[in-house]
Design a protein around this ligand. Structure first.
Ligand code: HEC
Length: 145
């Protein structure tokens, strides 16, 4: 009773296998010429929009650095420089900044990165990059001269 059942199942499996092999081969042959030119065009478009993004990023770098500087100042520097704590020159206090700004930006960057008087190294912004700390100094200078 079981014999007539097992033979057709095996045959069916073989047929399915053959069918799927044929289908796969047919798809492979059909798709190659159709997708290749489209893919090339797509890649081209992606590259072009990448270039445009890069141009945009360069154009906005300046204002980004200003925002980074402002944010870092508010988070890490304002606590002393907002009120003049521990003898810190206050933001926008032009007389307090005049002789400091006269030393040049590089000297001020070094003071902050290494610490000066009552100011700890990096002005407490231990996790910020040198660039971001410099941006905070730039922000303070721009608002104090
Ligand atoms: C704990 C308080 C404190 C914090 C926080 C602080 N400062 Fe200062 N800062 C000072 C003091 C005090 C001075 C004056 C040091 C001196 O000349 O004796 C100073 C001086 C400076 C100067 C002038 C340095 C010079 O050579 O004249 C700059 C620029 C400056 N701070 C930037 C920053 C920046 C940027 C931050 C945040 C990343 C910051 N400070 C955080 C206390 C602080």
């Amino acid at each position: 009773m079981t014999k007539p059942v097992t033979i057709p199942v095996a045959t069916l499996a073989t047929m399915l296998l053959m069918l799927s092999t044929i289908t796969l081969t047919a798809c492979g042959a059909e798709q190659k010429p159709a997708t290749t030119p489209a893919q090339v065009e797509k890649t081209d478009k992606v590259n072009k929009s990448d270039e445009m993004d890069a141009t945009k990023a360069t154009a906005t770098t300046d204002s980004n650095q200003t925002n980074i500087g402002k944010t870092l100042y508010e988070n890490n520097c304002q606590m002393c420089h907002g009120q003049g704590i521990a003898g810190a020159p206050k933001l926008a206090d032009k007389p307090a900044w005049k002789h400091r700004i006269a030393k040049g930006k590089e000297a001020l960057y070094i003071s902050v990165l290494h610490g000066a008087g009552g100011m700890p190294a990096r002005g407490t912004a231990d996790d910020a990059s040198d660039e971001d700390i410099k941006a905070a100094v730039d922000y303070m200078i721009a608002n104090s001269q």
